[in-house]
Design a protein around this ligand. Structure first.
Ligand code: MTE
Length: 314
């Protein structure tokens, strides 16, 4: 398992190109073992056997903790469109073909557009981001994502002054997603962020992980990753990103509003009705570790919530 030195960073570091350049070699070193973990002698092959995308051109690491084994990150998943048990998505999504794929960006933007995925991705350099991921159910992982800041895409679309939230919608296709034939959630899966959360530099759209194309069960071909929030905010198989004026409904919020708030910031001080949030089980480790406020990203995101009662707005 990869163990690297701790390199927690501040928000001010993120945009500082000089700091980033200084870390490039470290990142390359950190990323390579992560990819090697999964692929052994033949790294960087996509799941479908095609060549994986080119290596990320830049990025940064937010934790020196051990990267979760590939088998756990891809075999223990939550993706109700492909079944409710943790092992279901890897089996049931095996034949899913995430192409062709279109993503619509619309709502309160000056340049609404429906993109073919390749056109959407073309202008965005991919970065590696090694993030903690904490599920509301009390388990966690450390995953090396490949992606790009959502902010860059939103800015291309030209947000209007009246936009305050972003609504995300996943694919709705029960023919290809067998879990959608069961009414466990109100399909399609929808999620939302405040606009300032969506524009935060830690928020990315991911197209890969562990140096490979995103596996189907992890949300191919495009998913959101918001590392300071519980995992259910990080919607998989995104087909629509809509800027809106009012707080959008979310799938889990509709299913059980008392259990799943809109904010869903990782917070050890606010227990879920069914699970303590004080500690977590890190996949690949024994025992439990304490859960960190904002999943350890407080120095970068806490200012988004100054004045907000985190116990009430959970
Ligand atoms: N996105 C969609 N479309 N459908 C889902 O069921 N589950 C969420 C989130 N994104 C889910 C989803 C939950 S509950 C979690 S914890 C994370 O995905 C899990 O991501 P992972 O399986 O890649 O670890």
């Amino acid at each position: 398992m990869l163990v690297t030195r701790v390199l927690d960073i501040r928000a001010s570091d993120i945009t500082d190109e000089r700091l980033y350049l200084g870390r490039r070699e470290f990142l390359a070193a950190a990323a390579a073992p992560a990819a090697a973990l999964v692929a052994g002698a033949a790294p960087l092959r996509a799941a479908d056997g095609q060549d994986a995308p080119p290596p990320p051109r830049k990025g940064f690491v937010t934790t020196g903790e051990a990267v979760t084994p590939w088998a756990d990150a891809t075999g223990y998943t939550n993706y109700y469109e492909f079944g409710m048990a943790k092992a279901d998505p890897s089996r049931n999504a095996a034949s899913f073909v995430p192409r062709p794929w279109t993503v619509t960006i619309d709502g309160l933007v000056s340049a609404p557009r429906r993109y073919d995925l390749d056109d959407l991705l073309a202008p965005h350099p991919l970065e590696e981001r090694i993030y903690r991921m904490r599920c509301v159910e009390g388990w966690s992982m450390v995953i090396p994502w490949t992606g790009f800041p959502l902010k860059d895409l939103i800015q291309r679309a030209g947000p209007l002054g009246s936009a305050r939230f972003v609504e995300f919608t996943a694919l709705d296709d029960p023919r290809r997603m067998p879990g959608q034939r069961v009414n466990v959630l109100d399909w399609p899966y929808v999620e939302g962020l405040r606009l300032d959360e969506a524009l935060h530099p830690l928020t990315i759209l991911a197209t890969g992980m562990y140096g490979r194309a995103l596996p189907n069960q992890n949300g191919a071909p495009l998913r959101l990753v918001v590392p300071w929030k519980y995992g259910f905010k990080s919607i998989k198989a995104v087909v629509r990103i809509r800027l809106v004026a009012r707080q959008p409904a979310t799938s889990w919020g509709k299913a059980s509003p008392r259990e799943y708030g809109f904010y869903a910031n990782v917070n050890p001080g606010v227990p879920h009705p069914r699970w303590t949030q004080a500690h977590e089980r890190r996949l690949g480790e024994s025992g439990r570790r304490p859960t960190l406020l904002f999943n350890g990203y407080g120095d970068q995101v806490a200012s988004l919530y100054s004045g907000l009662d985190l116990k009430r707005h959970y």
